[in-house]
Every structure is written in structure tokens, then in C-alpha cells.
Design a protein around this ligand. Sequence first.
Ligand code: ADP
Ligand code: MN
Ligand code: MN
Ligand code: MN
Ligand code: MN
Length: 327
Amino acid sequence: MDGTKPTAQLRSKTKILADGAEPSIWGFDGSSTNQAEGHASDRVLQPVLTVPDPVRGGDNVLVLCEVQNIDFTPHESNTRAANVEVAERFAAQEPWFGIEQEYTLFDGERPLGFPEGGGFPGPQGPYYCGVGASNIVGREIVEKHLDYCLEAGLKISGINAEVMPGQWEFQVGPAGTTEVADHLWIARWLLHRVAEDYGVTVSFGAKPVKGDWNGAGAHTNFSTKAMREAYEPIITAAESLGAEGKPLEHVAGYGDGIQDRLTGLHETAPWNEYSYGVSNRGASVRIPWQVEVDQKGYLEDRRPNANCDPYNVTRLITDTCCTALEK
Ligand code: ADP
Ligand code: MN
Ligand code: MN
Ligand code: MN
Ligand code: MN
């Protein structure tokens, strides 16, 4: 992840290893990634997770790295280090996350499926979970991406076509606080990489088309061991997210342009008003209907944007909810 503000972008480069060698630390030019000045440009790539590389296949691997300064302290753009700290502090509560990553495929300036000469496709309605050429575009990319995620051993749990044409979703989880975010970042990289072969770009923009078109979010489903066993801890967690100062602290870490997406329309709650409710897709936090029936399970924080940094999102939720549940 680079130092681009307000939203970090993914970068990668390739290293040829001797037979049997493990990935080791490596360097790069931080002045070309918004992570350093030219006069002191070296930054460190610290390997943190290695998975099979489904693009090259064979013995090749993809290596997720944290960015560090040359004294091995976390670079200021490195949000994973703080995530690991919180995850370790609350590991005994066994937090699980499932993140629903929405995204939009673009052909140049235009979402896939929008008419070539300008203008708009028919209004939203038939596209969500749709089938057939009049409703669906980009499926080849989406299916290839799913295959790649599975081959890489990522904890991907599903895909679906979304409400706006050209918009799709994949879900990663359940997985722990750091693991879900690691897997999501790799899944994002694989999506960019697959789409590249088709000359298509992937937007994680939160409101890719202005007007009466759904935005793109990253609904974040969360539970702890206690929440998976009883209902009261779910209410405690939902209440903790609404405590004094918490709604704005969370929203500030939930991605760029949150005000544009959390308007109160298009299945969202207003960004500056916290609410939770059973089955309610117009609330900040939804307790799924089945969870109320079962009296145990998880909650869904519907606020994170598609362009969020999942290291920030899962750190904030783990910290706020697990602190409240500890009492
Ligand atoms: P929605 O009905 O909101 O579209 P999805 O099916 O797209 O939900 O995504 C739900 C996500 O929640 C999945 O990634 C799933 O693995 C995850 N999930 C399921 N149970 C739990 C749980 N107990 N704790 C955390 N995440 C969970
Ligand atoms: Mn060079
Ligand atoms: Mn979903
Ligand atoms: Mn969705
Ligand atoms: Mn959802």
C-alpha cells in the first residue's frame, strides 16, 4: 500500500528468488509512492503474508508487505501495524469479521454497461443478483477473480452482482481482525490484476455515479465468541458503537467521501447520525433478522465505504466493541 492520500493505492514488483529461498526484506523508492522525499528515499518492504500466486501459477507466490522506515519502525502510511497491536490485545475475545467489498468496473470514464454514446442504462431494479446479457456485464472478470482468490487460499466467501450495472461485490470472511484485512487487500490486488488483462479498470469509489444510483460500500460484519453464543453481547456491541464520540471517530476511519454515500438514501443512514436496528438497511448498524431469531450471531456495520482501509475499519470496531464487552 502506498502513501497516496486520502486513499492508499496498491503497488507491486517482482523478485526472483534462488531455489528454496524464503521472501526476505526488500527496499523500494519511497519518493515514487508518496512515502518519502527524494533525498532520503529508501523504504523497507517487510513480508507479512505469503500466498500462492494464481496469476503465474507454479511455485510462484504473492507476498504481502508492510512498509517500514529504514530503522524498521512502521512508516506513517502503514495502518497494519496498529491493527496488529489491537488484534493481539483482544485476541482472547476471538473477533471475526466478514467484509462485503463492493466495486464498479469501468471502461474508461464510463461504468461497464452504461451506453457508449453517453446517457444512462435503465433504472436500478433488475441488476442485483441478475442474470442475462441485458442485466449483467463483466461476469468473465468476476468469475476469474473468484477462481484466483480461491487458488490463492484467500477466505473469500461469495460474490454477487450489485444494484447498479457494472457494480459487483465479493465477500471475505469470517476471519480475524488482521487476517480479514490482509486477505481483502490481496483480493483487491488480484481484482485490479485480472481486470487489467481485459483493459478494464476497477473503481472502489464510494459514489462512482452521481444521482439516483447506489454507492459502493464495504459492509463489515462482526462478532466475538460471546456474540456468537448470546444476544446481549450483540446489543452491548451495537450500543458501544453509538457511545459519545464514537460515531464520528469511526466514520473518519471508514474511507474517503463518506458524506457523499451515507446520505440517508439508497439503503444508507446519514453519516452523522448513529442508529442500529433489526433487519434495518436504513440504519448505521443492522442486526440481521436471523440473528434476532437465533438470539446469537453477529452485527453488520453498514457504514464503511468501498474505498476504506480495512486495517482501520477492523481496528476501530475491535477496539470499541471489545473494550465495551470486556467490562
Ligand atoms: P448481506 O446479507 O448483508 O449481503 P453477505 O452475505 O454479503 O451479507 O456477507 C455476510 C458476511 O458476513 C460474509 O462474509 C460472512 O462470511 C460473514 N459472517 C457470517 N457470520 C459471521 C459472524 N458470526 N461474524 C462475522 N462475520 C460473519
Ligand atoms: Mn531502479
Ligand atoms: Mn452482501
Ligand atoms: Mn452489497
Ligand atoms: Mn450487507
